[in-house]
Design a protein. Structure first.
Lengths: 538, 216
């Protein structure tokens, strides 16, 4: 443990108001740390809403037959759950919160390249969120199409698809601006001496992510505009009765939405790289391999979208090619996993809660990744494609992967951001409740999926009852874990225990600045002479 | 493109390029280029849909194209290319400290944008009179492929027209900044970025014109 270097007189970014009062300190700020926190609070709110919708779905599925929601309501539930969790939580998630707060500090900059654009992207996020949630109140009920808005159903349904589509469009714009900002920041604002290969791996993963956000998101933008035109003008672009091709919509949708899953997971992998190195007190194994594998995932990720459409009637050769490419993308992901394990091997491991979450990530992401290969293989996918197995797989990579990395990141950087410590014992016990609850909830889904239970239905055959019942119990354990974890972080503010500047003995730049950081992060921009994870030379 | 490569190769001495802490012209130009990439991909999605439907209905697309007015399209192409030249000249003019000339060139660019939109208005208006719009009688009488052609025609030229309007508004704003002295001979990043945007608007039209008007 190092001594606390910040002088008592340092003015943290919380105290620096820029002459603004009350709420304007926040909503007019251009400080990347405040914007990151604005994102954190809004994203956390929507996560809780989305999780509550998920719990309601599990309650409906506890017993066979209709329990307490109508079939149509169930359709709206899983659509809204998907739209909120995908567009409002997991796509902005780590980049917009921890990328915003930490990226400039990690590369030795005072802010992002375009601070006002950064604030604009948060405004767009809020506008998109209001659009998405307004479907609950306005129009003829929330969309019931699933978050994929497949045509032609999304064109014909009575529900308020237009508003949801508009929300996704605006949120896409917000995502593009964040990506654009990060690319320019990394190109132009690295501290003197910080060459590309002296950047922390979290910065690398954000860089790869930003290119996907930039180059993939416009495709969904234009596709959603076409759905919009379709609904208002009935033009028939995707309507077979008017000459259009609904499969083309699926292609257009997944050309964005498959790369988007790497927008969701790449930053998570960056967080894990930071945490594994810090808590093993060891130089990361295979730095360049991890950095390049981020770029490789981003690149290959563009060419695998077809695996979402194996059962949609693509030609045989197209399916085989997409299947092979899908297997390829597993290689760079595995490179990362092996490098993390090799970093841990022989390290002096400090089993604090961020590392626990990171290990949880590795374990759950491996299950998610390997079940992904089962779905990437043509023969098995044809059987499993429309079953709950896919739901289980997706939640293992997204919640077990990115969700756990998000929680790892919160516990890792919480002392730096707020300057106070949370209770470690309670944090550890809430991790275990979450971890157990997660597996109890999602593992039975994969089992019942293999048994043949279709997804997207409010009801099921009696033989699927036991796994569904267990999964619902799991959702309760998971909820308790979430409440314990969030509660523990909130309680930390009641009797604040001052955190030191470098509680985990990290080597990256954020641990060298004051706690909480000052408005401009650095009094003097540092000159970088060595790599980010030099633990062997004290 | 060459700004991209120069910013990579100079990466280790980047800090030296700042004008000051709050102004980095290279960064704003890089940001604009990245934004233009997103615009290209936005239209790229439409070009993809266009090419697939044209491949599925080659004759219907040719028939639809036959009814478009090639001369109006050609005039508009010339108008836009000329306006790209005037906006490029305005940047040089400002670098030579010729403020009045800069503003005039920008106003001429806006005039060209206006001419383009007026032509577009008459072109669309004529089609609407004939009932060739989604929901119109003549449109409904068409078979699927030709309908798709018209839908894409309206969608793509409409989205492009929206970009013309945004671009013209941007140039009007820049002209005002030149007038009040916010854009000067050694500080003209915004003018340059607006110019880049205008070239994009021009570029997209250069692809739209042959794809829509000149089939066969």
């Amino acid at each position: 443990m190092q001594e606390n270097h910040s002088t008592p007189s340092h003015v943290s970014f919380f105290e620096e108001t820029g002459g603004r009062k009350g709420i304007f300190k926040w909503i007019l700020t251009t400080d990347h740390k405040r914007i990151g926190l604005l994102y954190l609070y809004s994203i956390a709110t929507f996560f809780i809403v989305g999780a509550a919708l998920g719990v309601m779905m599990r309650l409906e599925l506890m017993y066979p037959g209709q329990q307490f929601v109508k079939p149509a309501t169930y359709n709206s539930l899983f659509t809204l759950h998907g739209v909120i969790m995908i567009f409002l939580f997991i796509i902005p998630g780590i980049p917009a919160v921890f990328g915003n707060i930490m990226l400039p500090i990690l590369i030795g900059a005072k802010d992002v390249a375009f601070p006002r654009v950064n604030l604009l992207s948060w405004y767009l996020y809020v506008i998109g969120a209001i659009f998405a949630l307004s479907t609950l109140v306005f129009g003829s009920g929330p969309a019931d199409t699933g978050w994929t808005f497949y045509a032609p159903y999304s064109v014909n349904t009575e529900t308020n698809v237009s508003m949801s589509v508009l929300a996704a469009f605006v949120l896409g714009f917000s995502s593009i601006l964040t990506g654009l900002n990060f690319i320019v920041t990394i190109h132009r604002m690295r501290a003197p001496g910080m060459s590309w290969f002296k950047m922390p791996l979290f910065a690398w993963s954000l860089y790869a992510t930003a290119w996907i956000q930039l180059l993939a998101t416009p495709v969904i933008g234009i596709t959603l505009l076409m759905i919009f035109a379709e609904r208002f003008l009935g033009v028939g672009l995707f309507d077979p009765s008017l000459g259009g091709d609904p499969i083309l919509y699926q292609h257009m949708f997944w050309i964005y939405s498959h790369p988007a899953v790497y927008v969701m997971v790449l930053p998570a992998m960056g967080v894990i790289s930071e945490i594994v190195s810090t808590f093993a007190q060891r130089k990361i194994y295979g730095y360049r391999a991890i950095a390049y594998s981020s770029l490789a995932i981003a690149f290959i990720g563009y060419f695998v979208w077809g695996h979402h459409m194996f059962t949609s009637g693509m030609s045989g050769p197209a399916r085989v090619i997409f299947s092979i490419l899908t297997f390829l993308v597993a290689i760079p992901s595995a490179v990362k996993v092996f490098n993390w394990l090799a970093t841990l091997y022989g390290g002096s491991i400090n089993l604090k809660v961020p590392l626990l979450y990171a290990l949880g990530f590795i374990f759950l992401f491996m299950i998610g990744g390997l079940t992904g290969l089962i779905l990437g293989a043509l023969a098995t996918d044809v059987h499993l494609h429309d079953t709950v197995f896919v739901v289980g797989h997706f939640h293992y990579v997204m919640f077990g992967g990115t969700g756990f990395a998000f929680m790892a990141a919160i516990h890792y950087w919480f002392p730096k951001i707020y300057g106070i410590n949370y209770n470690m014992r309670r944090a550890i016990s809430s991790f275990w409740v979450l971890f157990v609850g997660f597996n109890v909830m999602y593992f039975p889904m994969m089992v019942v999926g293999v048994m043949g239970m279709p997804r997207r239905y409010f009801d099921y055959l009696p033989e699927f009852h036991v796994p569904n019942f267990i999964a619902t119990i799991g959702s309760w354990i998971l909820s308790v874990g979430l409440i314990m974890m969030i509660g523990n972080l909130i309680v930390a503010f009641r009797k604040p225990k001052r955190a030191v500047d470098n509680p985990w003995n990290g080597r990256t730049l954020e641990w060298t600045v004051a706690t909480p950081p000052t408005l401009e992060n650095f009094d003097v921009i540092p000159t970088i002479t060595k790599g980010p994870y030099e633990y062997h030379e004290q | 493109m060459n700004i991209m490569s120069s910013s990579i190769s100079n990466s280790d001495t980047i800090a030296a390029h700042y004008v000051d802490e709050h102004r980095d012209d290279e960064a704003s130009k890089l940001g604009m280029w990245l934004f233009l990439f997103t615009e290209l991909i936005l239209f790229g999605g439409l070009f993809l849909v266009y090419s697939i439907y044209r491949m599925m209905n080659p004759e219907a697309f040719a028939a639809g194209s036959f009814h478009l007015n090639v001369s109006i399209g050609a005039i508009n192409t010339v108008v836009l290319i000329t306006s790209s030249a005037t906006v490029a000249l305005s940047i040089s003019a400002l670098q030579f400290k010729k403020k009045r000339l800069t503003i005039n060139l920008l106003l001429v660019t806006i005039l060209f944008a206006f001419i383009f939109m007026v032509n577009k208005y008459f072109e669309w208006g004529h089609k609407f009179e004939l009932g060739l719009f989604p929901g119109g009688d003549a449109f409904n009488a068409l078979e699927g492929g030709e309908r798709l052609f018209y839908v894409l025609y309206y969608f793509m030229t409409g989205l492009h027209g929206l970009h013309v309007i945004i671009g013209a508004a941007l140039i009007a704003w820049v002209a005002w900044e030149v007038k009040v002295g916010k854009q000067t001979h050694d500080n003209f990043a915004f003018l340059e970025n607006a110019g880049l945007y205008w070239h994009l608007v021009d570029l997209i039209w250069i692809f739209l014109f042959p794809l829509m008007y000149l089939i066969n």
